[in-house]
Design a protein around this ligand. Structure first.
Ligand code: ADP
Ligand code: ZN
Length: 743
């Protein structure tokens, strides 16, 4: 920063999230993440330094910072470095990164440590004094006697009741005791909702032992390679995590555990709590529903090294753990690791980077790794470890595929929801007192056109993706290359006029099930049914204690659940996730079927999975049927390579949004023209297209996809163009690097 003075960009505390620049007075050492006092209008206010920037010419003088609140910044150097990387890689301002790096509850002046008044002894009381008080002031005597009993005790004043105030005051005056403020922790677990019993480590099987040893070896390395732990569902990955974490704790270091979503992975959280029950208060679980005060306390406990195991979702990747020894990323393939607003970082990728900066070990675990991580393991950037058998010696569940085209001909009229095979299987489980899970993937609004007779799905002739039906202009559009076609009146393949948009929801399924199996106790888990607080926990507990026979659910039940009495899993329409306009559709379908199927047969009885589909021969379904990740990845990687899709290229999406359709489109066309000028070599610039979700929240959306083998040149080029283009006021443009969501 030659010449010009340094300017501190400060995020002012308070709900309006104002950001102002201030001059740094000579002699004051300010760093990003420092808490500062600044002048604001005619008052003094507080804020956090987001970044130090170079001064620019301006026609007014900047005001100066008043003072530093704490000399030390709230952010550790490694996290600051991670933040800078995020800003550069994802093309966003460092201030937006720092903002998510430091939770609002930590930044804000409003929050501070909670304290209570306590009474404590100055010195052991003189027996003579005690005796005198016993007669003259019984209340004073009672308090003093209590304290004399345990001289180290700090007696909360509030516990003594209102009537004691005078007694305490006169004793303080007489020098018999001291009153002071003591910090109290707002403990999110204080309600004791989740009582856990200590669970001792299990004896590892050979594969687990080898995996653990590799992780332990990586703990010793100064610059360990990330580890990809590919273990089939129920192979005992969690047990490996737990034992590795124990070692790290024993080494005096700390552990960060990332899970896709806290509320959807209650069992994983519980297992960590149970294993580390003897150091329960050192385990911090960062829920999204912590109160501001609880979050403040947990953050500071972590920062001070008092909480040595931190479990949390995506944003926990920024937990300020000192002496980090190990990061565990469970279900690393999950999309929830990607943040869908600015900064649009991927929690797993940031974790890998943070581990590199910290020089600590990192394990990415999954039964169905993302092809990105898989590719890295094939390139030797990650070390691959495998667990190919279930830990308890059980077989993988038997997966049957039911061709719903044949079922459709039996059910005249409405859609066939339940095949005869699945219905019979459900009845059998009910008779035997075993439980079942029915899964319906209802995510995705953009629907594809499919023929109920032959199963034909309208696909783009140039790309391996389904065409999306656009209701507004009655067209089928390819969201990769822009190819358009008219909506056929009859199936292009078998000429049946019944070609329809596919789809039905979980509520409909519940309704049908109640009719078909009136004796069964049925519950539904989806976003609609789970609005009530604790609804998910209560329903899962009811299922666990077998108050429910059949659980119907969406993605919410696909992850990490372990119910030994579940012997049947039905997947109602495996096609729903297959024909979305996204090159990852096949990968997601494979992951979903494998994960959901993994819920079956986790007890002593072998599990069965019934997959209903209109496209029984699709590779995603066939490979999932055989639990064959290698087969699936081999053919899918070939497709990705041919079309230069991730992991062979980075794929970014530039989206424009506006209440005015034309303006959104026109803005993006202007950007497209500028992006095409001096396009760096190796970048594939897509066309301007309406987003699959053309209107959302009242806004019209258009998008361009860009692909490139190198991430940085792509981000830099887009940022440079954006920087010299002034956007119309009512148009927002969003850049999403390594986008996972193309809607
Ligand atoms: P994953 O995390 O790979 O899905 P889990 O860790 O949940 O697998 O293990 C599946 C089941 O096997 C759990 O009930 C777990 O207690 C059990 N298990 C794990 N490791 C062992 C072992 N070494 N011996 C016996 N049972 C084990
Ligand atoms: Zn196409």
């Amino acid at each position: 920063m030659q010449g010009g003075a340094v300017i501190a960009r400060v995020l002012i505390d308070g709900p309006s999230e104002l950001v102002f620049d201030y001059a740094v007075p000579v002699g004051l050492v300010v760093r990003a993440g420092c808490r500062v006092r600044i002048p604001l209008r005619r008052k003094s206010a507080t804020g956090t330094v987001l970044a130090l920037v170079e001064d620019v010419r301006r026609d007014f003088a900047l005001r100066e910072l008043e003072s530093l609140i704490d000399p030390e910044p709230l952010i550790t150097p490694v996290l600051l470095r991670t933040g800078a990387w995020i800003a550069e890689y994802y093309g966003c301002g460092i201030e937006t990164v720092i903002r998510s790096l430091l939770p609002e509850s930590v930044r804000s002046e409003e929050n501070s440590a909670k304290t209570r008044r306590v009474a404590m002894l100055e010195a052991a009381p003189d027996p003579a004094v005690l005796e005198k008080l016993a007669k003259r002031a019984p209340r004073q005597h009672a308090i003093l006697a209590l304290l004399a009993h345990a001289p180290e005790m700090r007696l909360p004043v509030a516990d003594l009741g209102d009537g004691s105030a005078a007694a305490l005051k006169s004793m303080e005056k007489a020098g018999l005791l001291r009153l002071e403020a003591q910090q109290v922790r707002r403990d999110p677990e204080a309600d004791g909702a989740d009582e856990v019993l200590e669970s001792p480590p299990l004896v590892l099987n050979g594969d687990q032992q080898r995996a653990l040893e590799a992780v332990l070896a990586s703990l010793q390395s100064p610059a360990p390679k990330p580890i990809l732990l590919l273990g089939v569902t129920g192979s005992g990955k969690t047990e490996v995590y737990l034992q590795a974490a124990q070692q790290v704790i024993d080494m005096g270091k700390t552990v960060l555990v990332l899970v896709p979503e806290i509320s959807l992975t209650p069992q994983t959280v519980r297992r960590f709590k149970a294993r580390f029950a003897s150091m329960q208060d050192q385990v911090a679980v960062l829920h999204s529903n912590l109160s501001q005060g609880e979050r403040f306390d947990e953050w500071h406990r972590i920062r001070k090294g008092l909480a040595r195991i931190v479990i949390g979702a995506r944003s926990a990747v920024f937990a300020p753990l000192p002496d980090l020894g190990l990061i565990l990323v469970d279900e690393e393939h999950e999309n929830t690791y990607k943040q869908e607003n600015v900064p649009r970082y991927h929690g797993r990728d940031v974790a890998v980077l943070r581990a590199a900066f910290e020089g600590c070990a990192i394990v990415l675990g999954s039964a169905t790794p993302s092809l990105e991580s898989w590719h890295n393991s094939q390139l030797g950037k990650y070390q691959l470890l495998r667990l190919d058998q279930r830990a308890d010696g059980q077989k993988m569940p038997l997966v049957r595929v039911v061709d719903m085209r044949l079922e459709a001909s039996k059910h005249k009229g409405g859609p066939a929801v339940l095949s005869d095979k699945l219905r019979v299987a459900l009845e059998q489980r009910l008779e035997k007192g075993e439980q079942s899970i029915l899964f319906l993937n209802r995510r995705g609004f953009a629907r594809s056109l499919q023929c109920p007779q032959c199963g034909h799905v309208c696909q783009c002739p140039h790309c391996s993706v389904a065409l999306t039906y656009h209701r507004t202009d009655e067209r089928l559009v390819c969201h990769v290359c822009g190819h358009q076609s008219i909506v056929p009146r009859k199936c292009p393949e078998c000429k049946d006029p019944a070609i329809v948009l596919q789809g039905y929801g979980t509520q409909k399924v519940e309704e049908i099930m109640a009719k078909v199996l009136p004796a069964a106790k049925i519950a539904r888990i989806d976003a609609d049914a789970m609005r009530r607080k604790h609804a998910l926990r209560d329903t899962l507990n009811a299922f666990k204690s077998h108050k429910i026979d059949i659980l119907i659910g969406t993605q919410m039940i696909a992850k990490g659940l372990h119910f030994p009495n579940v012997t049947l899993v039905g997947i109602l329409n495996a096609d729903l996730s297959l024909h979305v306009p996204d090159f990852r559709a096949g990968e997601r379908t494979f992951q979903l079927i494998t994960q959901v199927a993994g819920r079956a047969g986790r007890g002593d009885i072998e599990g069965e999975v019934i997959v209903q589909t209109f496209t029984p021969h699709s590779p995603s379904i066939q490979y999932a049927r055989r639990h064959d990740f290698d087969g699936f990845s081999e053919q899918e990687m070939e497709f990705r390579r041919q079309f230069a899709f991730p992991p062979y290229a980075h794929c970014a999406v530039l989206t424009s949004r506006s209440n005015h359709e034309r303006r959104a489109e026109f803005t993006l066309q202007t950007l497209h023209l500028r992006l095409a000028e001096n396009l760096p070599p190796g970048i594939i610039l897509g066309e301007v297209l309406p987003s699959p979700l053309i209107k959302a929240h009242g806004q019209f959306r258009f998008q361009i996809t860009l692909r490139s083998q190198q991430a940085r040149p792509l981000t830099r080029h887009v940022q440079a163009v954006l920087a010299r283009t002034s956007l119309p006021e009512d148009v927002t443009v969003v850049f999403d690097m390594d986008a996972l969501n193309f809607s």
